[in-house]
Design a protein around this ligand. Structure first.
Ligand code: GLN
Length: 480
């Protein structure tokens, strides 16, 4: 690949050919072109002076015996991950200008690994959405096809990689917010196992689903990006103690003996023929690499969207109660304390966030809790059991389309339910807690299409092995 990959940039820094400062200046120059000239609206906060400080810190580590995994590599971070020296607005008016007093553990690890932060990326407000159109600061445009959305909610982070500003960026996943924009923008996006990456400093949306994820220009960059942030953190009780394997060592291996499941629910008769064709080409590639492709069934898949859109809003309604005009960000005066709450929350939150809070409050209320929330939790167990049964039945990985269709035009999904359906193939992995990733597998109508690998809990290494192999086998076809 080009010298713009993270691995290549790091190599240049480690060998003393390039200075981290000159690299991040290039990133800011590319971001200026993307946002000022081409109006892609990728960044919500970006400060060359802050990047220079990170770059200077990275430069002092150039002579280290064991240089950091991302030494001198510029990265971009979704605006719901707390940074000390840049604002964290979550794409919302209610947190406009907010600077966190804490730094997310993932960000601390990035700095320790020598990464240089370019800026905070645009997103759907509080990560609720699939297009970045729900940002209070205007939508991001897809660098590959600027008349279309970049996907969401981590649309800015996907676009930052697709536009060549950074080789690695970070986003968050609650129901597909890394994989779906990765598919739309033609880059690699990984949602690790629930608990694989610390969520300390990630602003909570739906705590039983949330996980920090990574975008990369290549599978290798995504593997490198995940390695830099994965692992136990004492500040996050839900982070896993499992050791972190060497994901990059999965490169170049054979797929002999690997069984890849083809879940029939993800290939309905209604699937667009071109999407099916791109997936079939990927299955052919897997077979040519020595893998066996096996038809399987995940029978509860059809309930995933309704279950997700009960559980996620329920948890969101509770998590977002903290934005009350007292503790964080915006405060608007009203009649008394209650009036202040009302004014702040009704002006501070956008339409989709308000809808979710209302839906979530409803499904948790006495009388409806059993009918909706408890029922959804029970069906969620069935969805998780589907995955367990398939993986215990001798299937190592699953492969599916990441989304039913490629990037859509702005305003095309004005009906919220239509928008929710874009998550049909991604929410299942969040509900089950298993790792999943999207990588480019071709184009349809000129727009990028993503293929999704899903692995058992903590099976990231095996997932990467298949992703590396597929990327190599498809070569330039992945972008055609
Ligand atoms: N699009 C989904 C939603 O709106 C997923 C969002 C996410 O993963 N953060 O909830």
């Amino acid at each position: 690949m080009s010298l713009r990959t993270a691995a290549a940039l790091r190599e240049q820094v480690v060998s003393g050919q390039r200075d981290p400062k000159s690299i991040v200046r290039d990133s800011h120059a590319a971001a200026d072109v993307a946002d000022r000239t081409n109006k892609l609206n990728i960044f919500l906060a970006r400060d060359p002076a802050v990047s220079e400080r990170h770059a200077a810190a990275a430069a002092t580590k150039m002579g280290d015996a064991e240089p950091g995994l991302l030494l001198g590599v510029p990265v971009a971070i979704k605006d719901n991950i707390a940074t000390l020296d840049l604002t964290t607005s979550c794409g919302s008016r209610i947190l406009e200008g907010y600077v966190s007093p804490w730094e997310a553990t993932a960000v601390t690890r990035l700095r320790e690994a020598g990464a240089v932060i370019v800026g905070k990326t645009n997103m759907d407000e509080f990560a609720m959405g699939s297009s970045t159109e729900n940002s209070a600061y205007g939508p991001t445009r897809n660098p590959v096809a600027p008349h279309t959305v970049p996907g969401g909610s981590s649309g800015g982070s996907a676009a930052a990689v697709a536009a060549g500003i950074v080789p690695i960026s970070y986003g968050s996943e609650t129901g597909g917010s890394v994989r779906q924009p990765a598919a739309f923008c033609g880059v690699v996006g990984v949602k690790p196992t629930y608990g694989r990456v610390s969520r300390f400093g990630l602003v909570a949306f739906a705590s039983s689903l949330d996980q920090i994820g990574v975008f990369g220009a290549t599978v290798d960059d995504a593997a490198l990006g995940l390695a830099a942030v994965a692992g136990y953190d004492q500040h996050d009780a839900t982070s896993a103690r499992h050791s972190v394997p060497d994901y990059r060592a999965a490169a170049g291996g054979s797929l002999k003996g690997v069984v890849i499941g083809r879940p029939k629910e993800y290939f309905p008769a209604s699937l667009e023929p071109e999407m099916r064709a791109r997936c079939e080409r990927a299955f052919d590639a897997f077979r040519s690499l020595g893998a066996e492709v096996r038809d399987v069934s995940l029978p509860h898949t059809e309930y995933a969207i309704p279950v997700y859109y009960i559980i996620a809003p329920a948890e969101a309604s509770s998590n977002l109660a903290r934005f009350d005009g007292v503790r964080y960000g915006l405060r608007l005066q009203g009649d008394g304390l209650r009036g202040m709450y009302e004014a702040t929350r009704s002006k501070g939150f956008g339409a989709e966030v308000t809808r979710r809070i209302m839906l979530g409050t409803y499904v948790l209320s006495a009388g409806y809790y059993d009918a909706y929330y408890r029922k959804a939790m029970q069906v969620r167990s069935c969805i998780a059991a589907d995955f367990r049964a398939v993986f215990e039945g001798g299937v190592h990985l699953l492969f599916t389309p990441t989304t039913p269709s490629p990037a859509f035009a702005f305003g095309a999904k004005a009906d919220p339910y239509e928008m929710y359906l874009s998550d049909i193939y991604t929410v299942t992995a969040n509900l089950a807690g298993v790792p999943a990733m999207s990588q480019p597998i071709g184009r349809m109508g000129g727009l990028p299409v993503g293929g999704q690998l899903i692995a058992p809990h903590f099976g990231e290494r095996e997932m990467f092995a298949a992703a590396y192999a597929l990327e190599r086998a498809l070569g330039e076809e992945a972008h055609r």
